[in-house]
Design a protein around this ligand. Sequence first.
Ligand code: IPE
Ligand code: IPE
Ligand code: MG
Length: 256
Amino acid sequence: MGSNLLPINALERNMKNIPEFSVLPKHVGIIMDGNGRWAKQRNLPRYKGHIEGAKTFRKIGEFAADVGVKCLTFYAFSTENWKRPQEEIDAIMALFRDYLIEAEERSAENEEKGIQLRFLGDRKGIPEDIVAMMNHIESMSSDKSKVVLNIAVNYGGRHEIANAVRKIAEKVRNGEMDICDIDEDTISDLLYTKGLPDPDLIIRPSGECRLSNFLTYQSAYSELWFSDVLWPDFTEDDFLEALREFEKRNRRFGGV
Ligand code: IPE
Ligand code: IPE
Ligand code: MG
């Protein structure tokens, strides 16, 4: 992804057969799950599933931007995924590294297109060369705002909230903040998603109906859409189906 990540004009939309929606989510979160089972079904090692999953990530990222979604968050690696065999972790990190190299190579192109790349999660524990690229790519694109593409790596919602609480406690201790002034925005502003809208829609393929520590604070009012399709098999049509379903949802936010 990266080469083509930009909202397209009406003519292109027509040519690419991209439908219009009466309402689009401002922010879509995607839990990229099912790579291992996809490989198992084919008697392949799990890492092959991750290779295919990485291709799907590029495809759906481009497509989502074509459809007009302005903010996307892909869940790539959780704080819990370190429990996996080292071999599998290494394979996932290697794929992430490849993606970052590609993103650096395309930085000028992405800049022109106004793409902001952001990485959500704790950088501690991630190989140093990867962290260096993450920091570099992020700082180069931080002023762009046409499409925000977040990749959650070593991300855990509870970890994120605990970090925010620690920072607030420090401010109170240092006399920089009064306890009475702590509100929901205080917390939001200390999350990795600072400044971004909460996810309106969260998509999880692979048949699991849970969030697995994804955007825990931000998902309070997210619409959830689950599918049995394994992530490497996830298509543009599946994405459109999720958007169609979102279009029909009646969001009340506690009102009537
Ligand atoms: C998602 O696929 C990728 C990561 C969690 C890194 P899985 O590897 O969890 O695939 P399944 O759930 O075992 O099929
Ligand atoms: C969630 O998938 C994390 C990512 C997709 C990165 P998992 O496969 O780790 O989730 P669980 O273990 O089934 O809840
Ligand atoms: Mg899984």
